[in-house]
Design a protein around this ligand. Structure first.
Ligand code: M6R
Length: 612
């Protein structure tokens, strides 16, 4: 949440900052701002409520600001309404310091009171302004930018990625991190900070991820990184091989649609290297078969769509390993006094690798002795770095707030974990193992055939985009799939929607079904098809308009009862949700399109949720 970027070099900073922010806007889009510093004019701050384009137009793409060092911010509001005053960068009262921040300063009220008592005047309602004001307060005592930063960091509590400028030191940016993502990019005679590597792709691929407690001083000539004790430390650099084009729309009207269509390719990258000679082989996993056998408890912990992947994973892992698996929302897990010891495996799932709730759950589990195996998309992200083992999904950058290709690749990786664990435990049936591996190989191709029918879904969406409420029903795997279909729809189209286990309808929810209610009935799971049909009949009898999703082999039967039927190719039962999710993603997309929603940047949301 909130995107931050900083630049120091020989070029004009403002256009580079605006360009970097345009690649970070998915992190927050309530307001945007930039600050540049020059020896002659001091710090110049410009900011505007609303989308980045408003600021960019105001500054003529950055041409209106002069200075070769600067910081920029795109905001997801936490403290204080989204308006010009609360936008970052925040200036200290005397105009000596400008600060951008991602995270929350938890003790800001106490610091603010202290500073007000010292005669400092605040302009905004934000927690961040205390950092700028406190910097100036300490600087007036010590007259040293680095020292003042150290004093501030010792005083503030909470989470932060900070970028700071000082008018008296117009050659440097100081950056600091604790519990919020921040990385340094190394260029030729220029250096950068950013919340996310996508901001830097056009400028450099050489980056270092900052760790908690670290402070970095960036100048044109180089970057010095210090630990929490202010000792200079050497940092390892990583090379990022994502293409610039992978973070651009490439002719699609929205990132979400592009990312939906990228799924077969993303699946190939996630699956192919891990299938060898008919076996799942995780060369990138450290866990041994002996360790797998020693676990007495398994949790899957995640948020949002990643949690939905976990729900599907529970069904498949329990089926393949005959061990019980508990799936927990990360935000609940950490406060639930979880039963975790050193015989516990915690599988953590996160696209961004930066979700604060998930990160906190990971740390809680680790502190209690658990082994952490994470499934992550963003290489080098915090969750990846703090896990004992990490399996990357290789989905490429996902920009749309609504996740699609990350979900699909997480699911494929979790399915493969199920097979590998089942083999290690000797609990998976050989014929089933072989069938699933063979179907995993065909999965990308089968997904392409589903995508080829996107126009059928578009047509249906154009006839049904005006509902106030939509229900998704299904059993077992189809229920977990329905949760994802429902989240996708409400997230981007703002239609109220619920997903129910079909068997639960008669225990209360069926009272909501009336003439014309749209019910998306999921009946892909062969074993429970007859049960699914019974529930379809029940809701139709009460006047529901039904859109059914089933497999090719059940199409004819479903069409006897339902006129709107979508199908996916037949495959192994545990892989059906991987195909079934695609029509649901497309349905949500086309409904949101018809309703004129801002699909890639839905209201109130951000891609990477780094606040609790
Ligand atoms: O980056 P993560 O996978 O940890 O994110 C978790 C959720 O915030 C995320 O899946 C969210 O629910 C998506 N926007 C849903 O499309």
């Amino acid at each position: 949440m909130c995107g931050i970027v900083g630049f120091v070099g020989q070029r004009e900073a403002a256009p580079i900052l605006l360009d970097g922010l345009s690649r970070l806007e998915y992190r927050g889009y309530d307001s945007a701002g930039v600050a540049v510093v020059s020896p002659q004019k001091g710090i110049d701050v410009r900011k505007a409520k609303g989308r980045l384009q408003v600021l960019s137009d105001m500054l003529h793409g950055g041409a209106d600001m002069q200075g070769r060092i600067g910081i920029g911010h795109t905001r997801w509001a936490t403290h204080g309404a989204p308006n010009d005053v609360n936008s970052h960068p925040h200036l200290s009262e005397g105009g000596k310091f400008a600060v951008i921040h991602n995270g929350i300063i938890e003790n800001y009220v106490e610091i603010k009171e202290f500073l007000i008592n010292q005669g400092v005047h605040f302009r905004s309602e934000t927690d961040t302004e205390v950092v700028a004001q406190l910097l100036e307060f300490y600087y007036n005592e010590c007259h040293d930018f680095f020292d003042a930063v150290g004093r501030v960091l010792r005083r503030i509590e909470g989470a932060y990625a900070l970028g700071m400028l000082c008018a008296d030191c117009p050659d440097r940016i100081i950056a600091a991190r604790k519990d919020a993502p921040l990385l340094i990019g190394y260029g030729e005679g220029e250096n950068f900070i950013a919340s996310d590597v996508t901001a830097l792709l056009p400028y450099t691929r050489e980056v270092t991820y900052m760790e908690d407690g670290e402070v970095a001083v960036l100048t044109t000539d180089g970057v010095a990184v210090y630990d929490a004790l202010q000792q200079r430390i050497a940092k390892e650099r990583c090379h990022i091989d994502w293409e610039v084009s992978s973070a651009e729309k490439g002719g699609y009207p929205h990132f979400m649609l592009k990312e939906i269509f990228e799924q077969p390719e993303a699946l190939r990258r996630a699956i192919s290297p891990r299938l060898k000679g008919g076996k799942v082989v995780f060369e990138d996993m450290k866990l041994t078969a002996e360790q797998i056998r020693a676990f007495s408890r398994v949790y899957i912990v995640a948020c949002g769509s990643s949690y939905h992947v976990g729900m599907l994973g529970k069904y498949t892992l329990e089926h393949l390993t005959r061990r019980s698996v508990e799936v927990c929302l990360a935000s609940e897990f950490r406060y639930s006094d979880p039963i975790v010891d050193d015989h516990t495996l915690v599988i953590v799932i996160s696209q961004s690798g930066e979700t604060l709730d998930t990160m906190a759950a990971l740390r809680e589990a680790k502190a209690r002795g658990a082994y952490i195996l994470s499934i992550v998309n963003v290489v080098g992200s915090s969750i990846a770095r703090e896990s004992d083992d990490v399996l990357y999904t290789w989905a490429g950058p996902e920009i749309a707030v609504a996740t699609t290709k990350a979900y699909s690749t997480q699911l494929a990786v979790l399915d493969m974990i199920g097979l590998a664990f089942g083999e290690a435990l000797g609990t998976v049936d050989g014929a089933e193992y072989a069938q699933v591996v063979s179907e995993l190989e065909k999965l990308p191709e089968k997904m392409e055939t589903v995508l080829a029918h996107h126009e059928d879904i578009q047509k249906f969406a154009s006839e049904h985009f005006n509902h106030n409420s939509i229900f998704f029903i299904g059993r077992n795997l189809d229920y977990a799939l329905g949760l994802e279909g429902s989240l996708k729809l409400k997230e981007i189209s703002y239609i109220h929607s619920e997903a129910y286990a079909s068997g639960e309808l008669k225990h209360g929810t069926i009272s909501l079904i009336e003439e014309g209610t749209l019910v998306v009935a999921l009946g892909t799971y062969d074993k429970l098809f007859d049960k699914a049909m019974s529930n379809v009949v029940e809701v139709k009898a009460r006047g529901a308009d039904v859109l059914a999703l089933t497999t090719e082999s059940h199409r004819a039967e479903m069409e006897k009862t339902v006129s709107n039927v979508l199908t996916v190719p037949d495959t192994a039962a545990m892989l059906l949700p991987s195909l079934g999710v695609v029509p649901l993603q497309l349905f949500a997309y086309y409904v949101a399109l018809q309703r004129g929603c801002d699909i890639d940047k839905p209201r109130n949301l951000a891609k990477s949720v780094t606040v609790e």
